[in-house]
Design a protein around this ligand. Structure first.
Ligand code: URA
Length: 202
């Protein structure tokens, strides 16, 4: 496999199609690479593609993506103006009847995929990285990061750029009732507003 560091995004995307750095490619439909504005000021990192993303080959196109788009819009960021990717680029799942149940990627899988994320960050050179959820935060801030204690705070990432962590949109979708949903969504928007202020120079 070609060393991805230093390649432009179209070549990275093409090279990642054949990635066999861990075993997750075996059960996935395809590599889901990042997409968005190649010179975006904001680069958002999720965990891994879900069922919808695996089938479509694009990040955050399912229910989590819809919630993310709505929250971004509320803070004045249009999704196409950002670059959106995942820490792990193949869908990890186990069968449950007819369903494909999401499984959390482990540290080895996150590590195997890290060169792609590093290369995307190097190609886009955003002003700010945003980790959506614990897996992405682990990839950007290391294993000691605690989402609930450190969310919304400006920190430095292991990739040498500033970053901020927040919850994963799917955790909001799992809220047990309407009130919990409303509060979780508001807190998510608040974190994204910090990001929007940083990239607008405020
Ligand atoms: N969840 C993620 O972390 N990434 C996606 O692309 C979709 C759902």
């Amino acid at each position: 496999m070609e060393d991805p560091s230093g390649l432009p995004l179209p070549r990275l995307r093409a090279a990642a199609r054949g990635c066999r750095a861990c075993d997750l490619w075996q059960n996935a439909t395809q590599t889901v690479f990042g997409e968005g504005e190649p010179a975006a000021r904001l680069l958002l990192v999720g965990e891994q593609p879900g069922d919808h993303e695996d089938r479509e080959g694009r990040p955050f196109v399912g229910p989590s993506g819809a919630l993310l788009d709505r929250a971004l819009e509320e803070v004045g960021i249009a999704r196409p103006d950002a670059y959106v990717t995942n820490a792990v680029k193949h869908f990890k799942w186990v069968p449950r009847g007819k369903r494909r149940l999401h499984q959390k990627p482990n540290a080895a899988e996150i590590g195997a995929c890290a060169p792609w994320l590093e290369a995307e960050v190097a190609a886009v050179r955003p002003q700010l990285l945003v980790a959506l959820g614990a897996t992405a935060a682990q990839a950007l801030f290391g294993r000691s990061f605690r989402v609930l204690a450190q969310r919304g705070q400006m920190l430095s990432t292991v990739l040498g750029l500033p970053g901020l962590g927040t919850v994963h949109p799917s955790s909001i979708l799992r809220a047990p009732d309407e009130e919990a949903y409303r509060l979780a969504y508001q807190a998510f928007v608040k974190d994204l507003r910090v990001a929007a202020t940083v990239i607008s120079g405020g």
